[in-house]
Every structure is written in C-alpha cells, then in structure tokens.
Design a protein around this ligand. Structure first.
Ligand code: HEM
Length: 467
C-alpha cells in the first residue's frame, strides 16, 4: 500500500497502519490481518505526538484522485466567499457559481477502491472531500436546496464508512490530519510548537491557521499529560506506599501541564481576531444542524447505492472532539462523579459530550473506551483519603476547571459576544426599517451554549475531594 505514498511520508513497514486493512464492505481476505483489532491495542497514540500522527499527514493523493485535489486547489485559489457574507459582490457570486457548476458537471464519480488499502490515503480523501463539500454547501445561495452532487457524496460516504467517521468535516480533518512542519526537523523529535503550520484553510488567512494551531499545540503539549496518565496507571497497578508518593508527584505535574494548555488556549487571541472568526471562519464549519435556514443535506446518488446508509451525524467540527480533554476527564473520573445536584450535567448535555466521540478517529474512541474500563481508577485511590494524594488530585482537578474557565472566556470572546452584537444590530435595523434580506439568526452562541459549557465546568469543580 505504501507504493502510493511519497517516501518522506511512509510509515515504518511494521507500523500497524501500514499493514493491509480489511475491506469493510467485502470483509477481510485470506491472510489479511484485521488492523482494526490490532488498533484496539495500539490506539494510534504516539509517544511523541499523542493523538496527532507521528509524521505530518500526506498533502496530496496519488494521480488517480487528482481531480479531487485540483477541485480543492481551485476553490482555495478562487478565494470563494461564504453565501452568508454581507454585501457579497456580483463577481463573488459568479465565481462560486462557476466553481460549483464545474463540480456538478465535470467532476466524475471516482472509485474509492484503491484507497481502501491505506488508512493514510483514506484520511487524506476524507479531508479533501469534506473540504470540497463544505465549500460547495456554504457558497450555495441561501434560498437554494442543499443537494450534494454524487461526485462528492458517493466517494465521501464510502471513505467515511471505511474510516467509521461521519461524512462531514471533523476535528481530525481541520486539526489532527491538517498540519505540516514549517521547516523540517529531526524525524524523531516532537515538533516544536512554533514549527507547525496548517495544510488547507477555507479562508487562506493566518487567523484561521492560528485557530487550528491552538488545538494542534495543545495536542502536542498534551503528550506529557498522556505520559503522566500512563505512569500513574502503572503505579496504580503496584499500589504500595512508594507508588502513592509517585502518583502524588505525577498529579501535581499533570496540573502544571494542564495550566500550560490553558495558556496555549488563551494565546489564540494573539493570532485570531474574534469578529473575523465569528463572521468569516466559523460559518465554513457549519454542519446540517447549524444551517441558518434549517435546510437538510441531500446526498445525491444514494438511490443507486442501497448498501450505503443515509447519514445521520452531521454536526460540524469542534475541538470538543479532541480526545485529549476527554481522556483527562475520564482519567480523573470527572465524567462519572455527577452529584445530581445543581451544576451537574443534564442527560442531554452528557449525551452531547458522548456524541462528540462519534466524530473522533475510531482508534481514539477505542482508547477512551479502554481508559473508561480501567479497573483501578485513580479517583478510587484518592477517595481512600491520603492527604497529600488528595491535595495533588485536587490540584489536577483545579487545573482542568481553570482550563474550562479559560475556554468559557474564549467562547464568550469568539462566539457569545459577536452573536449578541449581531442580534443587537438586527434589532436596530428592524426598528429603523432598514432590514436587509438575510436569514433569521439561529440560536448558536446563545444561552444553550453558555449553559452547556458552564455545566461541564461546574461538574469539574464538583469533583474536588475533601479529605
Ligand atoms: C477560539 C477557540 C475555540 C472556540 C471558539 C471554541 C468553541 C467551542 C464551542 C462552541 C463548544 C461547544 C460545543 C460545540 O459547539 O462543539 C466547545 C466545546 C469544547 N471545546 Fe472548544 N473552542 C475553542 C477552542 C478549544 C480548544 C483549543 C480546545 C482543546 C483542544 C477546546 C476544547 C473543547 C472541549 C473539550 C469542549 C467540550 C466541552 C467541555 O468538555 O468543556 N476548545 N468549544
């Protein structure tokens, strides 16, 4: 399979992702190892890059799928504009119309058969096809139906079935598998946080890149958190007094790492301008459930493919799909210790957190499942009351709570604030009778969002243990 890959991107031949993978439709052939099962042990978590792949993801598919790459290149070079942009010019409307017409009339329905032998090619295909699909949907006139041409929908649905991911852009498309090194570094080294860049950007702007890179840097810095979790679990297995002392030290260190993650998150303000994010970047990510006009997405060509299921999970990408933060929650027992009192999560909110896992790469989902099934959870040891251990555990919980406080501030600056200003401007326009022909504002960035994020944050705070 690695024949397809440029040599500098090939994985070691014995890496589990380099083994032949079974075809999800036809099943495993004779002598083909089921890498999905192997993955349950490997989890595709790297000691240097964590949930990010150890090498920068491939940046181009082989010749056979060049029409997809060329279509995406064209969208990027034409600087297509969002249909929701205020004051869209005739020229901008004509540009996106001509790109979409080209996709509809000239892009063939390419076979995905040759991709299915390689996890890395499938990932690139998912990335390219979802970026094309989001470009197509979000440039469509607001009064048009959303009909995704078969040349995008059929290969995307096939690729998504193989990856067990929804057919929509996910955090793995925008962050995990969308990075490169600015300048090549030692192959074995963890990438420096300032040596990362993004591969594809809807807007071609540094603001969008900085938005993605805030998450990439958190993933890379989070590798030490994963290592501390692993070391703690090893010591839990030993369970003697020395082990407890060591765990105490690990939890304090974990708190310090999470404090750094918070600083990286807050640094997003240095490179990404909030109003630009809200009006010009975020709308590209919208999934079916955030359409301002509540239009449904129709995947054309499905009627000729009874073997492909109608997609149901079509929310847009979010760093809430980062397995790192979910792993911290599970490791510290923050997801299980609901008190049922005020501030705890409602069933719907808990479901929302769980639903985010559907959008994660399946190996990472398996990793979280494995972590949840840990027979010796750290919180149970802490509950035995060793004062120093309690203190260090509470330090780690404090750090996660403060990360969520900072996240809430960021969401207020980037979404809740701009959304409220937008509503205010609308009200003023309505009062003065100068309303433009615009779609109604849908309740993104309002009370529900604040309630949800505060609920998760308060539940984290509730997890502190009193000795
Ligand atoms: C400008 C930067 C960011 C914005 C505007 C933002 C926005 C949001 C929004 C709107 C949600 C609600 C759920 C959803 O709509 O998907 C959310 C949830 C979440 N985000 Fe962010 N986010 C940002 C950066 C990050 C980063 C860098 C991380 C960590 C890698 C992160 C981690 C999370 C998590 C874990 C949740 C789930 C709720 C929770 O566990 O507290 N976010 N974010």
């Amino acid at each position: 399979m690695s024949d397809f890959l440029p040599p500098d991107h090939s994985l070691p031949p014995n890496h589990f992702l380099n083994l032949p993978r079974p075809d999800i439709v036809v099943g495993a052939g004779d002598g083909i190892v089921d890498t999905t099962t192997l993955a349950a042990h490997d989890f595709d978590v790297d000691t240097r890059t964590g949930f990010m792949p150890p090498d920068s993801p491939i940046s181009r598919l082989p010749e056979e799928w060049e029409p997809w790459e060329a279509t995406l290149d064209k969208a990027m070079s034409m600087k297509l504009q969002l249909a929701v942009k205020l004051g869209l010019t005739e020229h901008e409307i004509a540009q996106s119309c001509s790109w979409r017409t080209d996709v509809r009339n000239n892009l063939p329905v390419l076979s995905t058969k040759g991709l299915t032998t390689s996890e890395l090619l499938l990932r690139r295909a998912h990335h390219v096809l979802t970026y094309i699909m989001h470009s197509y949907i979000h440039t469509l006139p607001l009064d048009a139906e959303i009909r995704i041409p078969a040349s995008i929908s059929i290969p995307l649905l096939e690729v998504s079935a193989h990856l067990q991911l929804p057919p929509v852009a996910t955090y793995s498309d925008t962050v995990l598998y969308n990075w490169d090194l600015k300048s090549p570094s030692e192959e074995t080294a963890t990438p420096a946080l300032d040596n990362l860049r993004s591969q594809e950007l809807f807007t071609g702007t540094n603001d969008e890149q900085e938005f993605y890179l805030a998450s990439s840097r958190i993933e890379i810095r989070g590798v030490e958190a994963l290592e501390l979790m692993r070391a703690t679990m090893d010591e839990m297995f030993v369970g003697d007094e020395i082990a407890v002392r060591r765990i105490t030290g690990y939890l304090h260190k974990l708190a310090a790492v999470v404090d750094e993650l918070k600083s990286i998150l807050l640094d997003v303000r240095k490179g990404c301008e909030p109003e630009f994010f809200y009006h010009s970047i975020r709308p590209w990510f919208r999934g079916e459930d955030s359409d301002p006009l509540e239009r449904k997405w129709a995947f054309e060509g499905l009627e000729e493919h009874p073997e492909i299921a109608q997609p149901t999970d079509l929310s847009g990408p979010s760093a809430g799909q980062s397995a790192l933060i979910h792993a911290l929650d599970i490791f510290l027992g923050l997801d299980n210790c609901s008190t049922g009192e005020e501030g705890a999560l409602s069933e719907g909110q808990r479901t929302l957190l769980r639903r985010m896992q559907i959008y994660m790469p399946r190996h990472h989902r398996n990793f979280l499942r494995h972590l949840s099934a840990n027979p010796r959870p750290v919180r149970s040891l802490v509950m035995q009351g060793d004062p120093k251990l309690v203190e260090s555990y509470n330090d780690a919980v404090r750090a996660v709570k403060e990360f969520r406080d900072a996240h809430f501030r960021i969401v207020t600056i980037y979404i809740i604030g701009p959304a409220s200003r937008e509503r205010q401007a609308r009200r003023e326009e309505e009062e003065s009778g100068s309303v433009e022909n615009r779609p109604p504002l849908k309740g993104t960035g309002g009370t529900h969002l604040a309630q949800f994020l505060k609920g998760v944050r308060d539940k984290t705070a509730d997890a502190m243990v009193t000795s």
